[in-house]
Design a protein around this ligand. Sequence first.
Ligand code: ATP
Ligand code: MG
Length: 338
Amino acid sequence: MYKIALITGDGIGPELSESVISVLDTVNDKLGVKVEITKLEAGDAALQKTGKALPDQTLDTIKKSDACLKAPVGESAADVIVVLRRLLDLYANIRPAKSYPNMPALKENIDMVIVRENTEDLYTGMEFDVGDTCIALRSISKSASERIAKHAFETAIRRDQKRKVTCVHKSNVMRKTDGLFAKTCENISKNYPQIAFEHMYVDACAMNLIRQPEAFDVIVTTNLFGDILSDEASQVVGGLGMAPAANIGDRFALFEPVHGAAFDIAGKDIANPSSFILSAKMMFEWLGTKNNDKSCHDAARKIEDAVYGIVKEGIKTKDIGGNKSTKEFTQNVISRIT
Ligand code: ATP
Ligand code: MG
């Protein structure tokens, strides 16, 4: 029995959560992977009700769970996800960019994953004023670079596709910080002779994501570059409605859509739940690997096959060029999980 904590979120979060709950119920009933879901509050609604964007009870329940699914949160997003990443030491942010059929995409046949360092770089909030100038400090450590590099190589082995890791940085300009990141990744690469390793400057990478995205397998990069490149990559394959993400640490992991609360379409039953359903797919993959549980891998594959199958038939939500509602789309996904 896997205990799953589910933050239902704001905006389109509750609709996406209902969709994911019915997918998990189906996995539970039809595939025999036993899951127990606990719905939790966090975000704008929780802040209004309890005075805290991340209530203590929510955090306690997450800590006692096997994994966490998090729907998008509104204005208070940083007070939820940034805090959770730090408290649970979720140092690897995994953002796949994968082609699905019938998408309004720039290119076809893309299957890559961006492994983004999640704990340091310019995102630690070390900013201050010096006279009329504002300074931001960038910290890159050997230890954080080592563990994210290892994670990238292990990902390349598990995927078993092009077996390549591209290390993205700007060490020709930021010689100290990115120099350390690049050198550390290169040192780790020596432990993985079966995986090809290359360096790429971030500006060249931004260009190649448009020019030749099918050449990438695993990209490993620092926090800010990873943030920017993963949004770019998701757009190359068909947009935010299809984009899942994972935040992974050594003991715990949290899975969430890449996009935000999308208040403009909230409550209209038109949001694309794929981003969250595919996040649940990533969760089963992670649970399967962690617990050596084949049935979780099986569930992950069946969830993805179901999404793949219906979009291939043109059963799609509005954002990807269809006319199905969130509920209709979900119903179709569920009916294919057998
Ligand atoms: P944030 O400020 O946290 O980024 P947001 O409300 O701006 O949140 P985004 O996630 O940035 O929302 O999404 C931008 C736009 O993309 C939304 O306004 C919405 O129209 C569209 N969008 C995002 N996610 C989905 C989805 N799952 N299905 C359909 N459209 C979506
Ligand atoms: Mg936005």
